[in-house]
Design a protein around this ligand. Structure first.
Ligand SMILES: Cc1cc2nc3c(=O)[nH]c(=O)nc-3n(C[C@H](O)[C@H](O)[C@H](O)COP(=O)(O)OP(=O)(O)OC[C@H]3O[C@@H](n4cnc5c(N)ncnc54)[C@H](O)[C@@H]3O)c2cc1C
Length: 396
């Protein structure tokens, strides 16, 4: 039987950055498996690439603690490696007076989290982002930036291979374990000293045979994007976000100038019926029915979830998607938008006992395994610092 010191399940950003951190601490004999034939097939290769700046998250939460430090570390990494990095900052605009108190709360949260933010007036907003529209005040975040997530993932992969301490078995699916860290995969059994579960949207399922993850279930939300036509991309300089509803985990449709110069609008957060249900029917399996039941229970028992499911599905229709985007800018017409093939799934952990969406990263562990159960946004931004926290606190 094949053996390894540390086995990481999942070649997304969480898996790769944890491996990188372990290598920097002198660990070797690390094996990363992924069911896909290549890295970054899922959330880590399909996100907006925004390096968030610690604005939204409740002070003291894991997301708050890791976001800004992760942002700085990833910027440093991109500079060192010559990877695309757009440091435009971002503005958050108020669509009406009633959003001003939340805007001010975001300012307080951001300041408590160490972010560099300013409340700005309409004149200053026009100087930063001429096409953005707000009601009297907006928030400007200096540290927000944009990277090319796939370029970051490829570079991390190359570093890990080059280190000689990490090997990959791509196209290898975790199936189960026997309780003594003998892992059954579809390519045979592998024995490991420590197992680290970074399986993204399947992390609850992977955790279960280790005795973790009971009482939690990940449910998928689909993020669809549209794009500004090339000739219209100049109307957005950086990123424009709405004031979000702080009670739900999604930020609302926003504009993001990507590292390639394309301007994306989105993503939506529409309940999906499969953990990899990227198209209408693709990625649907026997779990679809169970997900529907879970969605229905949440719909009746959870006000936050109900508001998401009322608001979001209509964004499948162009009119609603466009209307949401139009509220953030002075100039935009339906003809300026084109469809985009970019689509991602955001898995969101639900606490089944409380019928609550879990709003922070969640880590469970014992002496032989560690499980990252809710690597929701901004896990891409946070990853390099979060990896340090995992190595420091859970791997001995
Ligand atoms: C549309 C969208 C927009 C986002 N925007 C941002 C943003 O702008 N900024 C930001 O910071 N974050 C953003 N996020 C969040 C961020 O992308 C994720 O939090 C992060 O990528 C999660 O990384 P991960 O490694 O946990 O998961 P993944 O990237 O999904 O990786 C998990 C891996 O595990 C593998 N796997 C699963 N099951 C098994 C199994 N049984 N056996 C073997 N392998 C398995 C999968 O194939 C996958 O490769 C966004 C997410 C989405 C979807």
């Amino acid at each position: 039987m094949k053996t390894t010191g540390i086995m990481i399940c999942g070649a997304g950003i969480v898996g790769l950055t944890i491996a990188r951190e372990l290598v920097s601490r002198g660990y070797k004999d690390i094996l990363i498996i992924d069911k896909e034939p290549e890295i970054a097939r899922h959330a880590s290769g399909r996100n907006s690439g925004v390096l968030h700046a610690g604005i939204y998250y409740a002070p003291g939460s894991l997301r708050a603690v890791s976001c800004l430090s992760g942002n700085f570390k990833m910027k440093e990494y991109c500079r060192e490696k010559g990877l695309p990095l757009l440091e435009t900052g971002k503005v958050i605009v108020a669509r009406n007076e009633s959003e001003i108190p939340t805007l001010l709360e975001l300012y307080d949260r951001a300041t408590a989290n160490g972010a560099k933010v300013e409340i700005i007036d309409e004149k200053r907003l026009a100087a930063i982002e001429p096409n953005a529209k707000t009601t009297s005040k907006a928030l400007f975040s200096h540290y927000t930036a944009v990277v090319n997530p796939r370029a970051v993932m490829q570079s991390l992969y190359d570093d890990l291979i080059e280190s000689g301490k990490v090997s990959f078995m791509l196209g290898t699916r975790f199936i189960t374990t026997d309780g003594s860290n003998t892992i059954t995969t579809d390519k045979g059994k592998i024995s490991c000293g420590m197992f680290i579960n970074c399986a993204g949207s399947y992390s609850d399922q992977v955790a279960r045979p280790f005795g973790f993850g009971e009482g939690y279930r990940l449910i998928p939300f689909k993020g669809i994007y549209k794009k500004l036509k090339k000739e219209k991309a100049h109307i957005i300089k950086g990123s424009i976000y709405p004031v979000p509803n702080l009670k739900n985990p999604f930020l609302g449709i926003h504009f993001t100038r990507s590292a390639s110069g394309d301007v994306y609008l989105g993503p939506t957060a529409i309940p999906a019926f499969g953990r990899e249900n990227y198209g209408i029917l693709s990625g649907l399996d026997t779990e679809a029915f169970e997900i529907m039941v879970r969605d229905a229970i949440l719909f009746f028992k959870n006000k936050k979830f109900r508001s998401v499911t009322f608001e979001e599905p209509r964004k499948y229709f162009f009119k609603y998607f466009f209307n949401d985007a139009k509220k953030l800018v002075k100039e935009l017409s339906p003809e300026d938008l084109e469809s985009s093939t970019k689509v991602g799934i955001r898995p969101q952990l639900v606490d089944l006992k409380r019928n609550e969406l879990v709003m922070d990263f969640l880590v469970k562990n014992d002496t032989k395994s560690v499980h990252i159960l809710n690597a929701i946004s901004p896990a891409f931004t946070s990853s390099m610092y979060f990896a340090e926290m995992i190595a420091e606190n859970y791997i001995h």
